[in-house]
Design a protein. Structure first.
Length: 147
């Protein structure tokens, strides 16, 4: 598993999600602009208020996706020899990328979990090296590989 490919796929996935949010915002802007004054004024105003509230919520989501993209993009691709920000490591049959809390990616039919350095798992193994064992959630685990 190559770290630069994982990072590239993560950035691409975040960008797709950010674009989906922007598309929804554009659709709502169109809805808001096409909303015409009807005979029932209260219904019209309620509809506009709901659209504006949804646009505000989507604006916050867009901001979050943009921040996540910036954070992920700034992560170094250099080799890691211990668990830290930017580490790509394998435990059992799953790869983990210490970056941002995105969740699961599928890269070449391999699952990679993108997790935050503040996640409980990473906090439990911060600084650990390859071939080291630890107990997490009452289960003994082994770090097989770190890149």
């Amino acid at each position: 598993m190559k770290k630069n490919e994982v990072k590239r796929q993560l950035l691409k996935a975040i960008e797709v999600r950010a674009n989906e949010v922007q598309s929804r915002i554009s659709d709502l802007r169109s809805d808001l602009n096409s909303e015409s004054k009807s005979t029932s004024g209260d219904k019209h105003e309620t509809g506009r208020a709901m659209i504006q509230q949804e646009m505000e919520n989507l604006g916050k989501q867009s901001e979050n996706w943009n921040q996540m993209y910036s954070q992920a993009d700034s992560i170094s691709e250099s080799a890691c020899f211990k668990i830290e920000l930017g580490s790509l490591f394998k435990m059992e049959d799953l790869w983990y990328y210490v970056s941002v809390s995105y969740g699961k990616l599928i890269i070449d039919e391999t699952f990679v979990m993108c997790i935050s350095p503040t996640s409980p798992l990473v906090q439990a193994i911060l600084g650990a090296t390859a071939n080291s064992s630890f107990v997490f959630n009452q289960t003994k685990r082994n770090i097989q590989e770190i890149t």
